[in-house]
Design a protein around this ligand. Sequence first.
Ligand code: NAD
Length: 481
Amino acid sequence: MTEMFKNLIAGEWASAGNASRNINPSNTNDVVGEYAQGSVEQMNDAVAAAKAAFPAWSRSGPQERYEILKKASDEILARKEELGRLLSREEGKTLAEGIGEAGRAGQIFAFFAGECLRLSGEAIPSVRPGVGVEITREPVGIIGMITPWNFPIAIPAWKIAPALAYGNCVVIKPADLVPGSAWALVDIIQRAGLPKGVLNLVMGRGSVVGQALLQHKDVQAISFTGSVSTGRKVAEACIASSPMKKVQLEMGGKNPLVVLDDADLKIAVEAAVTGAYFSTGQRCTASSRLIVQAGIHDRFVEACIERLKGVVIDDALKSGTHIGPVVDQSQLDQDLKYIQIAKDEGGKLAWGGEVLTRETPGFYLQPALFTETTNAMRISREEVFGPVANVIRARDYEEALTLANDTEFGLSAGICTTSLKHATHFKRNSEAGMVMVNLATAGVDYHVPFGGRKGSSYGPREQGAYAKEMYTTVKTAYTLA
Ligand code: NAD
């Protein structure tokens, strides 16, 4: 019998009555492991453990927190090849991408180790004579975290690291589809010297343990990353609970990449192909809408197809693979459904879109490129979350900008141009939280804010020093001298 990876509650590994099988999408005969499926009782125990740990942890000094986060960072970085391999095996992104993501988790912990030592407040004079005012930041309390499958180590890391740095306790429920990387991360952080109960892990179904976390009265805040439909439920539960919970939502995207006639064609094609299809297109920041000016349109499409011909889709762990498989059968079904919808609505499938067979049974899909699409079609409006992108023709820059902003989402947006005037105007007038010039819409730094506008995000930004807006609460104190 395979060993079960357990939940972490009050510093102890706790088994559960049920387990889920974590399957390698590059080879469905390969079982990565059996992972505990927690119960509502376990979630309640985890919150109780966090509550018990909070008074001491919230008053712990910056040096103690720094040392724990730094130690976790060191171990993650030292083991990034092994962690990256696990990530690629369970999620299907290539080994280079998996190792890169594991390394990113280590860098995030190093950054927030430093932030432990940088927390500051303000002392300012009152408008009333003889009174002083201090503004300080305090931990929020117990933070519930719910994370998706597509960045299984980086997203837990960029939520857990700031929460701990600023003195909060954590209960995390990772994606049930891909829990192995989050399990390995929590194991590393716990062994770095964290007091029992400060960090708790409860794996399992969103509708069971996720709901229990959202409804628990002792949880003060929820940080969620996932789809818009789940995000809406999360926000509703946070507002309905008494007291209401602070909430942060990072959700989907339909990110435009504008290519103007004056673009460097090579740069534009690279930004489009890597942005739309790498990591199997399973990125909230994927360049799924390619808005291309008429004068460069045909050359751009032709060059993208040429570039795609050289892309190797295969087992994520094989060297030479550029794009791994889709994460599971249901995501593959969704990708194929949208390919059919785009065809039915009159889009022209210019490249790919067919299921591929490889040495091992897996969910392999040839990246699909549609042309002759409009911004009104469902393929332009709804997030597919797979290696599927469509080209929309634009008359001029002004029309391209209007099309780029004509979406319910607002996570990332890019422009490829050699015009300083248009690049500057686009940066100012794009309705996205992140704007890229001559770069893919996907691919960001870890020390600056991450997040979007409109339907993509809700609440404070994640990452960098801006994370303190989520993980601290401000106190204003008045003293009569
Ligand atoms: P999802 O919404 O299906 O699931 C996200 C998490 O919510 C999972 O842990 C799931 O178990 C949990 N969940 C599901 N139903 C729940 C419920 N009723 N109550 C509580 N928890 C529940 O999303 P997914 O398929 O895992 O991830 C893909 C989505 O994530 C895409 O839309 C993608 O754009 C988005 N995403 C956004 C960002 C970002 O930063 N903006 C980053 C990565 C992924």
